[in-house]
Write a protein that binds this ligand. Sequence first.
Ligand code: TRP
Length: 326
Amino acid sequence: MAKKRVLSGMRPTGKLHIGHYVGALENWIKLQNEYESYHLVADYHVLTTDLDTSEIYQNTIDMIIDWLACGLEPEKAPFFRQSQVKEHSELYLIFNMLMTKARLERNPTLKEQIRDLNMDNITIGYLSYPILQAADILLYKGNAVPVGEDQVPHVEITREVARKFNNVFGDVFPEPEPLLTRFSRLPGLDGDSKMSKSLNNTILLSDSPDNVWQKLKKAVTDTQKVRRNDPGRPDVCLVFTYHKKFNPNEVENIEKGCKSGELGCVDCKKMCNDKINEFLAPLLEKRIKYENDIDLVKNILAEGETKARVIASTTMAEVREKMKLG
Ligand code: TRP
């Protein structure tokens, strides 16, 4: 039986952080061996909230180098930009005819963003963000999409679009399943919220050991643990969450030491620092090759885009035939 297809995507917003690794990339790397995988750079999606395109290209290159450093293998699972495969726009146009405005306004992810960012006037492009995402996924007939909680409503809309198209014009598309990332939110260094570039609370996948320590040193811990020997509460401490992820073997001891007051925050952070840097070391080594040879990165994209276009144009031909266009 043919392998099922997975379509994974990310918006190019610049250098990635360890939250991206934990929440997405780790899963993508595993999936590339189990499925026929495709990795999309959602550059058009950036335009839904930001018309300043001056950094998109550099952000794309930085993101791709992070993907490569983590171990995504483009020979196995092609990388490509949405903007360079024109069928994304074509299928998006058709899908826009299948969804009502009311349905898109009920999208909980959209409502949350409008509230958080205080937006009172959104563009049509932003409203139909999930339709473009549906085109991304269905163009490759994706059977599954790895996502965090916040993206589940978009996969649900994708399923509805597929169903609607199939009902009206005949079967073309599968209804993709969301593959939920278990560990989807890594807290940021401020301890208040998830790790996020805009909040400036990240450890980057490209940070040097010294950078990591400078950042970790200042990280917020249990605010009720004031003196070294005060008992701490690991369950409210972001450093402890990092230990759970990057230092699973010592978690039990750290929990005991923190709770009893024997382990101070500085020592605990040093242990965490060692483990995070141990994790990052091979990435730092791997990225050198690409940073010194950007043409290599450009070629990877060009090859991925050639492969993507073959599949995308085949699907579009099928769509047009079903729709009796042409
Ligand atoms: N909306 C996704 C995000 O912000 C990015 C994305 C665009 C995507 N197209 C996709 C994810 C297709 C999966 C499949 O995370």
